[in-house]
Design a protein around this ligand. Structure first.
Ligand code: 13P
Length: 253
């Protein structure tokens, strides 16, 4: 059985003071829990500070992106080694990076390999747009994104996969648990099984992301094939994020 995981993607939000306060509050409320991994993903400049703020708790910290390159003349980029010095996880292939920064399946694949090499746990994001869903291509898109992302990755040991339908992100209207389970228990599970075998596949945490709130999370994590959530907007509100974590622990515990 895969571990339950709730990750907060803060995106490009918070000031230094707000990030410090948010991390400190979460350390108090959900700093010491069993049965659910908690990962905070602040903007790059705050990684070290947030790590320090949660030291002594079992909260993990992750980046929201990284370069596939080890080092060199890549102005403005952050290497896997730099990320790995400060934290343990990294979100890769987020739809905002694919849509706004032209990140391709090939780039995501290189980043996944580089992250694993650096000892990081990649949270690989996949998901279709509304137009792709309406064209009946949701499954094919998710399959292609996942197959390419893990191409050449021999063991799934450290992988986490997040299904984030683009049409549900930041809209306030999440997918339904049944729709998410169709994709996650269907095509995502199938790709992992055919690549790694049933045992390893079933140990890979699958997260739903897209307008998750304290009210909506229960329906998702009640699905057997959904092990947690990747939370955007609601992860900026300490009490709400803590409630999402507690509900996930209660349902999955
Ligand atoms: P929202 O929860 O704000 O919809 O964002 C989801 C997301 O993109 C997390 O990575």
């Amino acid at each position: 059985m895969a571990r339950a995981v709730v990750a907060g993607n803060w995106k490009m939000n918070t000031s230094v003071a707000e990030a410090r306060a948010l991390a400190a509050e979460l350390r108090e409320s959900i700093g010491h829990m069993e049965g659910v991994d908690r990962v905070l993903c602040p903007p790059f400049p705050y990684l070290g500070m947030v790590r320090d703020a949660v030291t002594g708790s079992t909260i993990a910290v992750g980046a929201q992106n990284m370069s596939q390159h080890e080092k060199g003349a890549f102005t403005g980029e952050v290497s896997p080694g730099m990320v790995a010095e400060l934290c343990t996880h990294v979100i890769l292939g987020h739809s905002e990076r694919r849509a706004l920064y032209g990140e391709t399946d090939e780039a995501v694949n290189l980043k996944v390999e580089a992250a694993l090499k650096a000892g990081l746990t990649p949270i690989i994001c996949v998901g279709e747009t509304l137009a792709q869903r309406e064209a009946g291509a949701a499954e094919a898109v998710v399959e292609r994104q996942l197959v390419k992302a893990i191409d050449g990755v021999e063991t799934p040991g450290a992988l986490i996969v997040a299904y984030e339908p683009v049409w549900a992100i930041g809209t306030g209207v999440p997918a339904t648990p049944d729709l998410a389970a169709d994709i996650m228990g269907g095509v995502i599970q199938r790709v992992l099984e055919s690549t790694y075998g049933a045992t390893a596949a079933s140990a890979t945490p699958l997260l739903y992301g897209g307008s998750v709130t304290a009210d909506s999370v229960r329906g998702f994590v009640e699905q057997e094939c959904i092990h947690g959530a990747l939370v955007g907007g609601a992860s900026l509100r300490a009490e709400e994020f803590a409630e999402i974590v507690r509900t996930t622990a209660e349902v999955k515990g």
